[in-house]
Design a protein around this ligand. Structure first.
Ligand SMILES: [Zn+2]
Length: 236
């Protein structure tokens, strides 16, 4: 199975190691470099990695464990996704080689999450979108026929706090990533029982799953072949 992983930080690290250990071949997208402020929650990095591209360092960590991973030192954007013009079973614009079983977002940027979710919904590829902030996080799981990310969140927020601004408890990202990895492996194995739901995680309670119904007229997953998506300009 081929998994596209967007984000090589606090969520992307444990996601990559778990998915690769389960046999997934990874293509990892991230345009950032390792910073000292990341190390409390991005355990795949060390002081030796400061200034290095996160995607490449993470791909190397996967390969050192016997896994398969390629790094793409770029941000997954709506523009990049538009060039990634493959139906299920095809190549992704030459950027991603081979079929995509699942795409997983572990970025900390709302626009990136929408770009991942929209691409997946339009290409009918199962997806997992994970986010963590402060003491909690959530994991949205989608597949063709189930609710998509836009069915619940509609549009990117006008303002969104980042981990750099609001902080995130180190162990929380591992907890969120574990839920996301399990969901992604389920989708890759053809188990869609989580599709159309959001897992809600906080530091003090067991993860709980909340079903999400498809929203009539949702531009993300309705008439996706004919209806252009509205992508408002948003400062994240
Ligand atoms: Zn939708």
């Amino acid at each position: 199975m081929h998994v596209v992983l967007v984000g090589a930080g606090g969520l992307g690290g444990p996601l990559a190691l778990a998915l690769a250990a389960a046999g997934a071949e990874l293509t990892i997208y991230d345009d950032d470099v390792v910073d000292a402020s990341n190390l409390h929650r991005q355990l795949q990095f060390t002081l030796d990695d400061l200034g290095q591209p996160k995607a490449e360092v993470l791909a190397q960590a996967v390969r050192r464990r016997g896994g398969a991973a390629k790094a793409r030192l770029q941000r997954w954007t709506a523009e990049l996704a538009r060039g990634a013009s493959a139906p299920k079973g095809g190549n992704v614009g030459g950027d991603v080689d081979g079929d995509v079983s699942v795409i997983v977002d572990g970025s900390d940027d709302p626009l990136t999450k929408f770009a991942v979710a929209d691409w997946a919904a339009q290409r009918r590829i199962p997806s997992v979108v994970a986010g963590a902030l402060g003491l909690g996080g959530n994991v949205f799981v989608s597949a063709p026929g189930a609710a998509c990310f836009r069915c619940l969140f509609e549009n990117p927020p006008q303002e969104a706090a980042s981990c750099a601004q609001a902080g995130v408890l180190g162990p929380v990202v591992a907890a969120v990533a574990a839920v996301a990895a399990r969901a992604a492996l389920g989708l890759a194995a053809g188990d869609f029982s989580d599709a159309g739901s959001i897992w809600v995680i906080d530091a003090w309670q067991a993860p709980r799953r909340v079903p999400v119904l498809p929203r009539p007229g949702c531009p993300g997953c309705s008439d996706s072949s004919t209806r252009p998506l509205q992508t408002p300009a948003v400062v994240a």
